[in-house]
Design a binder for this molecule. Structure first.
Ligand SMILES: *[C@@H]1O[C@H](CO)[C@@H](O)[C@H](O)[C@H]1NC(C)=O
Ligand SMILES: *[C@@H]1O[C@H](CO)[C@@H](O)[C@H](O)[C@H]1NC(C)=O
Ligand SMILES: *[C@@H]1O[C@H](CO)[C@@H](O)[C@H](O)[C@H]1NC(C)=O
Ligand SMILES: *[C@@H]1O[C@H](CO)[C@@H](O)[C@H](O)[C@H]1NC(C)=O
Ligand SMILES: *[C@@H]1O[C@H](CO)[C@@H](O)[C@H](O)[C@H]1NC(C)=O
Ligand SMILES: *[C@@H]1O[C@H](CO)[C@@H](O)[C@H](O)[C@H]1NC(C)=O
Ligand SMILES: *[C@@H]1O[C@H](CO)[C@@H](O)[C@H](O)[C@H]1NC(C)=O
Ligand SMILES: *[C@@H]1O[C@H](CO)[C@@H](O)[C@H](O)[C@H]1NC(C)=O
Ligand SMILES: *[C@@H]1O[C@H](CO)[C@@H](O)[C@H](O)[C@H]1NC(C)=O
Ligand SMILES: CC(=O)N[C@H]1CO[C@H](CO)[C@@H](O)[C@@H]1O
Length: 600
């Protein structure tokens, strides 16, 4: 989680103290862990004079401006390395079953899931032979370094076996990262470990995490710039040949520069010739960015912290997303020209933990859908939402505290709904193209996207950011399909799935097509309740289908029966703590371990 400029002047407060602080509004102060803070904000007032009947005129061919072809697995998750034992499992034989279920929901619909294990804590991670009490991860609290006082992390090979064992159950593909603080020599132990153990499940290895912030955090001199990074990348390649990568595979899976545009622009990196020079080594190009930060509240001066109520409306605004991503459009064009996929490697609502009442409310679910679709429209090739553990607000999913895992279940956050819905919106073809539809007169509160396959519209995604229980701000999307010559081809009916909640500030209990993951501590990773897909009859006279989207709400409209059944996935593989479910492949996993693995 990128720490912006504030970190330089701040001293760090231990997590346990931070966990007890919540600054905001008129709510009672929550004294538990941030991830389970129940306090809510006040919805922004609904705007006046917005278009509530939105014409969505789609063409069966020749539509301009479609994105590159996107995979159904476009959205993945980035798990802070230091919390992997809470999220993935306590060791290679004690896998967290809710995590498997959450990943299986995505795999069922997209075929696979991308998960990155890393973040700031990868930078000082050391592979050790063993740790006390059979642990796979441990923070070395006596050897704290840097301005952010990040304790070095120690891990054992069993963490990598845990990742590999997860892939035996669910088709998770992984990203790992090389520690970059020390370069003479680099500690390359993660390279053979990830490469050998994960094999084809290893998608890429990050060459440095947010290097443009190294100076800020005292890991490099002020003069450290893109050319220095390039030099270090070259040093890495000369060191990797000494045993770390005997087959030569790992050195073709590297990812860079993973900068945050804090100190260097991406263009400054591209202009060094980085991509041409190391084209054979770069499997992906990447950036990391959050649209805002809550660092004052977390690490700084509480008096200067941004009241979450003041930023709530900025997450209910399509224009803000466009502005946030605009600086990347040159790079996504550049990446296309260089034939490299460009990833938003780590992102979420706000760095330094997110904002209470925003990052953990229905607002974030709507924002997460709009943001994900906009990333696809903008020709990114994927994005990963960060999971930071129990001390943050923005988690897509949070495991219960270890000592409570016997009587508590997981908490599924709004961003997980966004990720799941994004998979259904894009569908499983790996061939979808997104378009933020340029509808004249449309407001910034109701973005509408078309999802195409081979130029033909398949699905329509409509976000309604407005909050008005009286219904006056519900919108009608009036959808029609036509051939290029104008002949209407609107179907007789469409199928619609809704993401629903009573207000933008609601926490938990959102429903997606009638199903929910519940509130805090209520999920085993499987959707609960009956699936409810609406059928909307279209008008045979006007050849239009009118889909109502409540304020607030989201609708995914399937323009054909196929488009819906494909997106919902084929088989429903789930992992129960007692049931023995069918394995993805012929793995030799000790199933007895799963029976007891729901927690510690
Ligand atoms: C994982 O932890 C359990 C419980 O402590 C233990 O029985 C098991 O042997 C461990 N597995 C490995 C591979 O260390
Ligand atoms: C789409 O891509 C994923 C991951 O690369 C793969 O698992 C899946 O089989 C692909 N689906 C199709 C229809 O090709
Ligand atoms: C701190 O780091 C030093 C050098 O790597 C090491 O010798 C020492 O054991 C570490 N301290 C602890 C408590 O692990
Ligand atoms: C776009 O990126 C290229 C490659 O880095 C750079 O040369 C060009 O100046 C950039 N254009 C803009 C408008 O930033
Ligand atoms: C939406 O965001 C844009 C860009 O930040 C801003 O100019 C506009 O005022 C915002 N609208 C509202 C209602 O907050
Ligand atoms: C995405 O890429 C396609 C194909 O190159 C291009 O037509 C489209 O304009 C790009 N979209 C954006 C938002 O840059
Ligand atoms: C679990 O540990 C936390 C932090 O030490 C403590 O506040 C909480 O009461 C514990 N829960 C139980 C059920 O013991
Ligand atoms: C979620 O729904 C359950 C069951 O309907 C209810 O008991 C609980 O209070 C709700 N939680 C919230 C935060 O609305
Ligand atoms: C899981 O990891 C352990 C290593 O601790 C290994 O012995 C076991 O075979 C693995 N299980 C599977 C299914 O790969
Ligand atoms: C490449 C670059 O612009 N680096 C700058 C990073 O920030 C420090 C401190 O402001 C500057 O001295 C560098 O020039």
């Amino acid at each position: 989680m990128g720490l912006p400029h504030l970190a330089l002047i701040l001293s760090v407060v231990p997590h346990c103290v931070l966990g007890a602080i919540t600054v905001y509004s008129a709510q009672a102060t929550h004294v538990g862990l941030p991830a389970y803070d129940p306090a809510t904000l006040i919805p922004p007032p609904a705007p006046t004079n917005v278009m509530t009947s939105i014409p969505v005129k789609l063409q069966n061919s020749g539509t301009a401006g479609l994105s590159i072809k996107q995979k159904g697995s476009f959205i993945g998750f980035s798990i802070e390395m230091s919390v992997c034992n809470q999220v993935l499992g306590s060791n290679s034989t004690l896998i967290q079953v809710p995590f498997l279920n959450l990943m299986a929901n995505i795999q069922q619909r997209a075929g696979s899931v991308m998960v990155r294990v890393g973040g700031n804590t990868q930078e000082s991670a050391k592979l050790v032979d063993s740790l006390p009490n059979g642990r796979i991860l441990s923070k070395d609290l006596e050897n704290v370094t840097g301005t952010t006082k990040t304790p070095p992390l120690e891990y054992t090979l069993d963490l990598i076996y845990l990742m590999r064992n997860i892939s035996n159950f669910v088709n998770v593909h992984w990203f790992a990262g090389i520690p970059w603080f020390e370069t003479q020599p680099f500690d390359l132990s993660i390279v053979p470990a990830a490469n050998n153990i994960l094999g084809d499940y290893l998608l890429g290895i990050q060459a440095g995490n947010e290097p443009d912030m190294y100076y800020l955090h005292d890991h490099r001199p002020a003069t450290y710039g893109p050319y220095d990074y390039l030099g270090e990348f070259s040093d890495l390649l000369s060191q990797i040949v000494f045993g770390a990568d005997p087959t030569g595979r790992a050195r073709k899976l590297l990812i860079g520069p993973s900068t945050t545009s804090f100190n260097w622009s991406l263009e400054q990196v591209w202009n060094t010739g980085f991509v041409d020079k190391y084209s054979a080594n770069l499997a992906f190009l990447a950036a990391e960015k959050y649209p805002n930060d809550n660092c004052q509240a977390r690490f700084g001066n509480l008096a200067q912290a941004i009241p979450p109520q003041n930023v709530l409306h900025t997450y209910l605004n399509h224009t803000a997303i466009l502005q946030f991503l605009q600086p990347y459009l040159n790079t996504t064009r550049y990446a296309q020209a260089k034939k490299k996929p460009f990833l938003m490697f780590e992102t979420n609502t706000a760095s330094c933990g997110g904002f209470p009442g925003v990052s953990d409310s229905f607002t974030a679910a709507l924002w997460g859908i709009d943001y994900s679709l906009q990333l696809a429209h903008s020709n990114f090739s994927g994005a990963m939402f960060h999971v930071g553990g129990q001390n943050v607000y923005y988690n897509p999913f949070t495991s219960p505290p270890m000592n409570e895992s016997f009587f508590h279940r997981w908490s599924v956050g709004p961003i997980y709904y966004s990720a799941l819905i994004m998979v259904e919106a894009l569908g499983p073809s790996n061939n979808s193209q997104e378009l933020d539809l340029p509808i004249p007169g449309i407001s910034e509160f109701t973005p509408v996207y078309g999802i195409y396959e081979n130029g033909v519209p398949k699905r329509v995604a409509i976000v309604n950011y407005m909050d008005d229980p009286n219904g006056a701000h519900d919108v009608d999307a009036v959808i029609s399909l036509a051939n290029r010559d104008g002949t209407k081809t609107t179907p007789s009916s469409v199928r619609v799935k809704y993401l629903a909640a009573s207000s933008v500030v609601q926490k938990g209990n959102y429903t997606w097509a009638g199903q929910t993951f519940g509130s805090f501590f209520e999920s085993n990773g499987r959707p609960m309740g009956e699936k409810d897909i609406k059928t909307v009859a279209c008008d045979s006279e006007s050849r239009t289908c009118t889909v109502n989207v409540p304020a607030p709400g989201f609708a995914l409209v399937f323009l054909s029966e196929d488009a819906e059944t494909e997106s919902s996935g084929k088989v429903s593989t789930t992992f129960a703590t007692t049931a023995r479910t069918k394995l993805r492949n012929t793995a030799t996993m000790n199933l007895a371990a799963l029976a007891t693995s729901n927690g510690n």
